[in-house]
Design a protein around this ligand. Sequence first.
Ligand code: HEM
Length: 435
Amino acid sequence: MTVDALTALPPGPRMPSALQTAIWFGNAQWMLRQCAARFGDTFRLRILNEGTWVVLSHPDHVKQVFTGDPRVYHAGEGNQILLPVLGEHSVLLLDESTHLEQRKLLLPPLHGKRMERYSELMAQIAGAEIESWPRDEPYRLRPRMQALTLEIILRAVFGLAEGERLLRLRAELRRLLDMVTNPRMMIFPALLGPQRLVRMKLFQRDIARMDGPIYEEIAERGRASDLAERDDILSLLLQARHEDGTPMSDVELRDELLTLLVAGHETTATALAWAVERLIRHPEKLDRLTEETRAGETEYLDAVVTETLRLRPVISVVARRLTEPVEIGGWELPAGVTVTPSIYLVHRRPDVYPEPERFLPERFIDNPPGTYTWIPFGGGVRRCLGGAFAQFEMRVVLAELVRRLRLEPVRAEPEPVKRRAITETPRHNTEVIIK
Ligand code: HEM
């Protein structure tokens, strides 16, 4: 390493930042591929409103970031655009001690060991949804996967039963989620700044319409005589205690419930849409999955979920803003720079994954994914809180699907990747013919 390299940022495209930003939002994965081919493991991008990004794709560098001091690697700062919707207590928006405090409250209800309890509820919701799909005509599955994951969150996370409040909340949340994931709507917080948007009357009214039924549910659940026996995440959070022994406030509960919904709904739906998109283009793998699942085996099902999240990660990068200078890979990065471990590039390293572009669930059989080489859920103290929930849900839904239906693609070519807000989705929304 030369002395020069130790004082400079890594190389990157020379085009103006406006153009880099436009390309990033148009086709992030293409940009990552091009830059990695030209500049190697580590390169610099300039993204408007974000400043300098240093993209990382070497597992050692990823490990350094994920195990680094949370006071140095801030993640919440970069998510402030979501403040108007999620609220100031959201675990996604906080850093350091306040972040850790909220995270500790959320961890136990989302722990992998608890997931079995949702199995029956998830299977029942998935079964009813799947049975309603039309046969023998082109049908787009991604919107249906969204309806399905929303329903699962409303029932398992909020613990809502059938009834008028479920109907109201479902409609209000659908409206809000469409707004959050619509790139045109996200321009408002980008232009006005999240703080100003929060103070706008029109916006406050919109949020209040959705908050009404959420606060009603929180109040009613708090009084429920069977609270201690209930399994849903809201009921568990109502019984959680801060370190000083105080319960979570209603506003904290509301902010975290919405965070789980916004972080967990579209992501899981997209991952499921990709699993089907890949499987129907590999009929022999779909056959194997169907046979083994019908025989009650789960090994291949697990491998399909793991490989889908590797080959078609829903999110391409995670971000940490540096609060002080850090040396990574021989580069002396100044405070203020954002380091972005690239999920997409790490998952495509041929030294870790031979033939990285191929859909090969078999690669994970008897070979568990590595902590710093399989990172669809990010890592360290910011690792996705819903990782176990999402993978469990994917398994249950895919199992119900292959048990009940035979799916075929509408066209032979793979669906290209299309960016929607921050998720990378199948361009044709996983178009299938159901037999
Ligand atoms: C396949 C589905 C999902 C994917 C691909 C995904 C991916 C991610 C990623 C990449 C992060 C950022 C991690 C980092 O910065 O290191 C994250 C954070 C988070 N996810 Fe997920 N997620 C999924 C499903 C879910 C679900 C179902 C929930 C809730 C039930 C959820 C809740 C969260 C929360 C609360 C955070 C913030 C954690 C923190 O800042 O401490 N996610 N997710």
